[in-house]
Ligand binder design. Structure first.
Ligand code: KIV
Length: 269
């Protein structure tokens, strides 16, 4: 019998049971330090493939490799002990077949210790979602604006502006819910459509740029902290970390240049 104190994280069924209840709080995090802070307040933390753009300077999420997701996933799991950790499956690791998706999702779960994976796509991914869930891998779905398909969609565009397009999004939501996903991210979606989908399906909807009508919200941490020079219009910026870091770095540079930083014997007491 292990003597280690068991870590009690929020579970997948606990997230699923929040449908229509207290809104689900979520943020992305990519490393142990910020994850430890977010862990105090979030129900789940997403190690999103947005890390390719936010942390690694990529133009899109399409080039993010599996091993990068695993490396950041491990760090976030290590830094936390309360929130459910969900790791994104990157582009090209799950679309080809349910069996390939299972192999890669299992690798993510085994190597990071996360509690669930997220993948993009609605009705077209339903078979894969069922395949994974039946084999022990909880899946969060992601529909609406799906950044991995941005080339097909013609860019990052809010979905559902024309009412004629709603039926396809509603069908996607229904398909992933019936396939066994425990929740679904609705990204970049007009409010009335997000509200309609949220009422129609049995699993919690997690909005990002999809209004407060969803069962919860997720934001990219660096966006809401004011770390990025550009943030999407829907993001409320709660911090000013970009300017604060710049002020600190500038002060440091000035102190080094005029030799006014603390001397060694003041620092190592
Ligand atoms: O990669 C990511 O950060 C995401 C969120 C925007 C939902 O998928």
């Amino acid at each position: 019998m292990s003597k280690q104190t068991p870590i009690r994280r929020t579970t997948v069924p606990q997230i699923a049971s929040r449908k229509g209840g207290v809104p689900i709080v979520s943020l992305t995090s990519y490393h142990a330090h910020t994850a430890a802070i977010v862990d105090k307040y979030a129900d789940f933390i997403l190690v999103g493939d947005s890390l390719g753009m936010v942390m690694h300077g990529m133009d899109s999420t399409i080039g993010v490799p599996l091993d990068l997701m695993i490396m950041h996933g491990k760090a976030v799991v290590k830094g936390t002990n309360k929130a459910l950790i969900v790791v994104d499956m990157p582009f090209g690791t799950y679309e080809e077949s349910p069996a390939i998706a299972f192999r890669n999702a299992a690798q993510i779960m085994k190597e990071t210790g996360c509690g669930a994976v997220k993948l993009e796509g609605g009705a077209r991914m339903a078979e894969t979602i069922t395949f994974l869930v039946e084999r022990g891998i909880p899946v969060m779905a992601h529909i609406g604006l799906t950044p991995q398909s941005s080339h097909v969609m013609g860019g990052f565009k809010t979905q559902g502006r024309e009412e004629e397009s709603w039926a396809a999004h509603e069908a996607d939501a229904k398909a992933v819910s019936e396939a066994g996903a425990f929740s679904v991210v609705l990204e970049g979606m007009v409010e009335p459509l997000a509200a309609k989908i949220t009422k129609q399906i049995d699993i919690p909807t997690i909005g990002i740029g999809a209004s407060s009508e969803c069962d919860g919200q997720i934001l990219v941490l660096e966006d809401m902290l004011g770390l990025n020079e550009w943030t999407p219009k829907f993001v409320k910026v709660y911090g000013d970390l970009g300017p604060a870091i710049e002020r600190a770095v500038q002060q440091y540079a000035d102190e080094v240049k005029d030799r006014s930083f603390p001397s060694e014997d003041e620092v190592y007491r």
